[in-house]
Design a protein around this ligand. Structure first.
Ligand SMILES: Cc1ncc(COP(=O)(O)O)c(C=O)c1O
Length: 410
């Protein structure tokens, strides 16, 4: 055995232990797509999906993708430099128009869009200022830039969503240009960025904001245009990055900005230039969902909000702690790893999937179940989940917050 096998074996101790205790809950292979699916023949309703408007499995979306397979197959065998199609160009133009930016650029994933954009924009004249709950793609783009000899921005953090803390960093930054990174909705906590105040402080310090609106696109604002529409600050944030992997039914990243900025990233971002072009069936699926948003966005978004409000109210009545959430992403806080894992297993056995999020995904003491309400969930789905959460929550002391007890621990 080589040292890499030894190393991997040692580092997998925690995973082996979880398997032995039958508490390993990840990578379960679904047997079909959609919110209602099966694992090993067992049916369940998925409450950890990001298909927020429930459009991923819409017949029109699947039909558009099938048609595109006939015309363009499943891949273009190259990167966008030599594998751009009319479908890519048309959708980029439509996305820019819909979101209210001069220009848009599609990457193969949202992760790549963020990493490539940060790498392209941040250099030794830049201080990147990050919220301390930033998504991995923001952290990775930042650390990659910091570790690249030709880039090397200064890296600073501010306390989550704290405008005061951000201002303190802006006052003491060491480089000329500030790049402030925020998310529209923080994906694990479900809270919106205090972006109005953040914009105001950034204007005072001449700092540029990049907003990752992966979870706000299609879910916030009357038409679903995201966090900027929600707070009526369209035009005040120069760069937004979003994804097709949530509301838009597939996979793919989108950079939105001015023509010059987008063009610069297009000719500089290595995660764009050196990775294969987004397959056209995926482009066609996203384009179909964009048409739905253009034609009936307000009704789709309103339906999502109505369902989220119902679930939030009921969870509150049942005594659950939803942490910082103020959106359709409403983590059920367990604040104990065993409680989160036991809850997940019990719920799953009863036909409800709520993925447990434990350390190091979140800090110790902040363990939770991922609960995302989507437009695709029915009242019956939510009532089933609520009844089960209530019973198992009481059994595992989730609502009361009491210690789970030594006997259960063994
Ligand atoms: C906040 C945030 N940004 C970016 C991404 C990455 O998006 P993608 O799945 O398109 O790579 C995600 C997805 O997990 C996310 O939650």
């Amino acid at each position: 055995m080589s040292w890499i096998d030894d190393k991997a074996h040692t580092e997998l101790a925690r995973i082996r232990e979880a398997h032995e205790k039958q508490l390993y809950t990840y990578f379960r292979p679904f047997e079909s797509g959609g919110l209602r699916t099966t694992v090993a023949g067992k049916s369940f309703v998925n409450f950890s999906s990001n298909d927020y408007l429930g459009l991923t499995n819409h017949p029109k979306v699947k039909e558009a993708a099938k048609k595109a397979v006939d015309q363009f197959a499943c891949g273009l065998s190259s990167s966008r430099i030599q594998a751009t199609t009319t479908a890519h160009v048309e959708l980029e133009e439509r996305l820019a128009k819909y979101f209210g930016f001069e220009s848009a650029l599609m990457f193969t994933t949202g992760y790549q869009a963020m990493v490539g954009t940060v790498m392209a924009l941040a250099d030794k004249d830049t201080t990147i200022i990050l919220d301390n709950l930033s998504h991995a793609c923001i952290l990775d783009g930042t650390f990659l830039a910091a570790g690249t000899p030709t880039r090397q921005p200064e890296v600073r953090f501010f306390n989550h969503n704290s405008v005061k803390s951000l201002e303190r960093v802006l006052k003491t930054k060491e480089r000329k240009n500030a790049l402030v990174m925020v998310e529209g909705i923080y994906s694990l906590d479900g809270d919106m960025a205090k972006i109005k105040e953040i914009v105001e402080v950034c204007e005072r310090y001449n700092a540029v904001i990049i907003c990752d609106d992966a979870h706000g696109s299609g879910t916030l604002g009357k038409h679903g245009r995201g966090i900027l529409e929600h707070f009526a600050i369209e035009g005040k944030v120069p760069v937004v990055i979003t994804t097709f992997s949530k509301t838009f039914g597939g996979i793919g990243g989108v950079l939105l900005g001015s023509s010059d900025v987008v063009n610069h990233v297009k000719h500089t971002a290595r995660s764009f230039l050196f990775s294969a072009s987004l397959p056209v069936p995926i482009v066609a699926a996203a384009a179909t969902i964009l048409t739905m948003l253009e034609e009936e966005g307000p009704a789709l978004v309103a339906e999502l909000h109505e369902k989220a409000t119902y679930m939030r109210t009921r969870l509150g009545e049942l005594g659950f702690d939803l942490g910082m959430s103020d959106t359709h992403i409403m983590p059920v806080m367990c604040r104990d790893e065993r409680k989160a894992l036991f809850m997940h297993v019990a719920l799953f056995e009863s036909g409800v999937m709520m993925v447990p999020i434990v350390y190091p995904g979140v800090k110790l003491g902040e363990e939770r179940l991922r609960v995302n309400i989507t437009r695709g969930h029915t009242r019956e789905d939510m009532d089933l989940a609520l009844d089960l959460l209530d019973s198992y929550g009481k059994a595992f002391f989730v609502q009361s917050g009491e210690e789970i007890g030594a006997m259960i621990a063994e």
